[in-house]
Design a protein around this ligand. Sequence first.
Ligand SMILES: Cc1ncc(C[n+]2csc(CCOP(=O)(O)OP(=O)(O)O)c2C)c(N)n1
Length: 375
Amino acid sequence: MINCKKFYDKMKKLGIGFFTGVPDSLLKDFCAYVTDHSDEKDHIISANEGNSIGLAAGYHLATGNIGLVYMQNSGLGNAVNPLTSLTDKEVYSIPTLLLIGWRGEPGVKDEPQHNKKGKITLEILDILDISYDILSEDMNEALKQVEKAYEYMKENNSPYAIVVKKGTFEEYELKKDIKTEFELSREDAVELVLDALDEKDVVVSTTGKTSREVFEYRERNEQGHDRDFLTVGSMGHCSSIALGIALQDKNRDVFCIDGDGAVIMHMGSLSINGHMKSKNFKHIVINNGAHDSVGGQPTVGFDVDFAKLAIDLGYNEGFVCETAEEIKVKIKEFKKASGPVLMEIRVNKGARKDLGRPTSTPQENKKMFMKFLRG
Ligand SMILES: Cc1ncc(C[n+]2csc(CCOP(=O)(O)OP(=O)(O)O)c2C)c(N)n1
């Protein structure tokens, strides 16, 4: 297995001095090591993977050195535009090292949303004309691969990718962990929100543990899953899905249960949510200031006043809650308010160890949900 310190030290020694990316569960130990050992300006947990490519390109322009961008392979989608039109050899030719977590690797059991991307990850790199290696689990071999990557980037002025299989890195526990002292967990907030909804209301929930908690709530309460659309992949797009529904189905309220990391990833969509003035669009952002689902690395969530931002972008009202009592009182107003409206709920990060996963497939979920909308 790969020791995070040795891997990081090797990069620093070679002159890779800037780290940026969006966390991934397969890379969480390495990301945690980088968080603990880099200066703030040399490590940026970015809004999305395209944002990271831009930051690393800027670092190269300013210093001539090479930056590292880490991402889950699902984030390759967000990075394709700057990889083809900024760093590519046929455009500015900017060397950038990509460290890519290989979810859905063929032959390795994973969640349905990862399988397609896993199957085509290496093909995408081929199409992008990005040379790559699959990171060895042997430490010495891995260090040689980093050297090879570095030489390649120096010689070709071009990006290079290192693809990381599940279980490659040794465990490393984040020391600079930020503890908050709110009353609630995300799962408490999910429960309080779902308790307050009516039978006709539909829910569109975000990627990661939120959707798993919504699923488990319905199981616990024997309510069936047909009112919920679980956005298991497509991080950052659940409010767009919710708006798409709300605009067509004016007879019911659509509640989007979002996360701070996901909202920040594609924040531009809030301006469309605000502009469309859909009265039945209700946006809830559960803010734990972290990418909790993939290791708890910090987001800038607590620097953002989501309620104020929403109003600035055309939402009619913004609410903020931190306690169960506040949620119980304000959600009544929130439900009555004419959308678009947003409620931010501040919570601590963390989840139950025994949190389950949806047992129905995405297509079963879609069919049930569409039937419910037409019912
Ligand atoms: C494009 C993309 N990049 C990265 C991921 C990996 N990922 C899954 S959930 C998640 C964190 C989501 O954070 P947030 O919305 O704040 O919700 P939380 O997990 O904290 O509840 C990340 C980074 C992904 N699924 N898609």
